[in-house]
Design a protein around this ligand. Structure first.
Ligand code: C5P
Ligand code: MG
Length: 159
């Protein structure tokens, strides 16, 4: 019997500010003059990935698991957010497996393409996938949104 599939999609954006680290898919971007204005590491790719996983089985979003209004959630590491999303998914759909991930990161500068394989490997590692199952696309906003970094992530699930 052919496996059933579902798709999930997540989106996240953060403002870029001076004096902060820029972390994308758990990889710290070296020498970035600006980083994300967030309580934690502000990793837009991992936040969007966690939302994509939840959305694939209509499980709401990470804001429901970790309400921003709760001070206990301030500074929560993105890896822990992703871990909680994976656990929620496992509880609701134990047979669900990620087939592949397609991520698009929009950022005007710096250039991220030298980090593409590192980001794919890091994200794959967090999900227990081969790096070849994680597509990572980088785009500029063509100057339309120079002060923000955004990630859009689609996942294909099989169960
Ligand atoms: O957005 P645009 O089509 O102009 O992007 C052109 C190229 O620049 C793409 O190949 C993309 O991988 C790369 N890029 C990058 N780092 C960014 C934005 C785009 O390496 N921050
Ligand atoms: Mg273009």
């Amino acid at each position: 019997m052919r496996p059933s599939v579902r798709v999930g999609h997540g989106l996240d954006a953060h403002r870029l500010v001076a004096g902060r680290a820029l972390v994308v898919g758990s990889v710290r971007v070296p020498d970035s003059p600006r980083g994300t204005d967030a309580h934690s590491d502000g990793d837009v790719l991992l936040h969007a990935l966690a939302d994509a996983l939840l959305s694939s089985f209509a499980l709401g979003d990470i804001g429901q698991l970790f309400p921003p209004s709760d001070p206990a959630n301030a500074g929560l590491e993105s890896r822990l957010i992703l871990k909680a999303g994976l656990e929620r998914l496992k509880a609701a759909a134990p047979a669900a497996r990620v087939v592949n991930v397609a991520a698009v990161v929009t950022l005007d500068a710096p250039k991220l393409s030298p980090l593409r394989s590192q980001v794919a490997a890091a994200v794959a590692d967090l999900l227990g996938l081969e790096a070849s199952s994680v597509g990572v696309t980088f785009k500029t906003s063509e100057g339309l949104a120079p002060d923000h970094v955004q990630a859009s992530v689609t996942v294909l699930m099989q169960f």
